[in-house]
Design a protein around this ligand. Structure first.
Ligand code: ADP
Ligand code: MG
Length: 155
């Protein structure tokens, strides 16, 4: 399923709608080139989780935790994983934990990922336009995706 955003704010709004639907242990994978909008979408998701703290890219820290929202958010960026091994990160504790997990550049930990998740691939169409392509693996995420697209239709 695909969705087009025409500016930064539309991507934030899309993330916010998704964030409102999320539950503990939900896993969102964000793929796309540098500057595609992965962190921007995460800012919207955080908003949807009632997190007011600004969301910054975890490129150098690998994981940033936000504990002040409706449920915790664990925002990860695996782009610089070369420096530490995925085992050291204790990923399974996050996947089986109390919050939502968002992973940018998840292809770098492909072998460590659970079998079900919502994957969003963001592609830059023009300077301001992005295509968001949603792929839901597993029934839970298919339901989630259906709810999200119902929200899009409501406008
Ligand atoms: P990533 O995390 O994928 O590297 P960022 O979210 O950090 O990307 O950066 C996306 C950049 O693209 C920001 O500078 C943002 O202002 C810009 N941008 C322009 N149009 C859009 C859009 N429709 N959606 C998201 N970001 C956009
Ligand atoms: Mg980013």
């Amino acid at each position: 399923m695909k969705y087009i955003t025409n500016n930064y704010l539309e991507t934030v709004a899309c993330g916010q709608k998704l964030g409102k639907l999320l539950q503990p242990q939900d896993l969102i994978l964000l793929d796309g080139d540098l500057g595609a909008g992965k962190t921007t979408l995460t800012q919207g998701i955080a908003r949807g989780l009632d997190i007011t703290r600004p969301v910054k890219s975890p490129t150098f820290t690998l994981i940033r935790e936000y504990q002040t929202g409706r449920i915790p958010l664990y925002h990860m960026d695996m782009y610089r994983l070369e420096n530490s091994s995925a085992d050291e990160l204790g990923l399974n504790e996050y996947f089986n934990g109390d919050g939502v997990v968002i992973i940018e550049w998840s292809q770098f930990i492909a072998e460590q990922l659970p079998s079900t998740y919502l994957r969003i691939k963001i592609t830059r169409q023009t300077a301001l336009q992005r295509q968001l392509e949603f792929q839901a693996l597993g029934q839970h995420y298919q339901h989630l995706l259906n709810s999200l697209f119902q929200d899009f239709d409501k406008k």
